[in-house]
Write a protein that binds this ligand. Structure first.
Ligand code: 4NP
Length: 157
């Protein structure tokens, strides 16, 4: 299963999702499951294309022993074909991605990441870019919540 995380800049929220899911996959005792899941992330905007994840997010993830990889890139229509599940972080990301195709089957691959949350009741993942450290920590908490549930769902399916 190919999973793509999408936010606006691809330097804070979606790299957090990708790297938290990779971290959980490394820990999973279900080797077959981790072998069959691949991850990536992208931004709806191209402001930061080619850049590293935001240094504040890198520090936050590393403080929890999470390895951080990836460079920013912009979402493209090809991603609809290349990925099975496209997880968007907020309403604008969702609308921006959905508006790039009129194919209902491709649109059905797009889901709000917040729909995976079990321990938080946020409707979207808040953009931490202009927040302090607490905003970055909170995004990582949300990624752990949703990604843990996602792996549970995949395991059951
Ligand atoms: P992200 O956060 O979408 O979670 O990567 C942002 C990063 C950069 C900007 C906005 C949001 N920006 O406006 O540059």
């Amino acid at each position: 299963m190919k999973i793509l995380f999408v936010c606006l800049g691809n330097i804070c929220r979606s790299p957090a999702g990708e790297n938290v899911l990779n971290h959980l996959l490394k820990q999973t005792p279900y080797q077959k499951q981790s072998d069959s899941i691949t991850t990536d992330s992208a931004g709806t905007a191209n402001y930061h294309s080619g850049g590293h994840p935001d240094s504040r997010m890198v520090k936050t993830l590393q403080s929890r022993d999470i390895e951080v990889t990836g460079r920013a890139r912009q979402f493209t229509v090809k991603d609809f074909k290349d990925f099975d599940l496209i997880l968007t972080m907020d309403y604008s990301n969702y609308e921006d991605v959905i508006s790039l195709t009129s194919d209902k089957k491709l649109q059905a691959k797009v889901k709000p990441f917040a729909s995976l949350l079990t321990e938080h009741d946020d409707d979207f993942i808040p953009d931490p870019y202009t927040d302090g450290q607490a905003g970055f920590e909170y995004v990582v908490d949300l990624m752990f919540d949703g990604c843990t549930n996602l792996l549970e769902q995949i395991k059951k399916s």
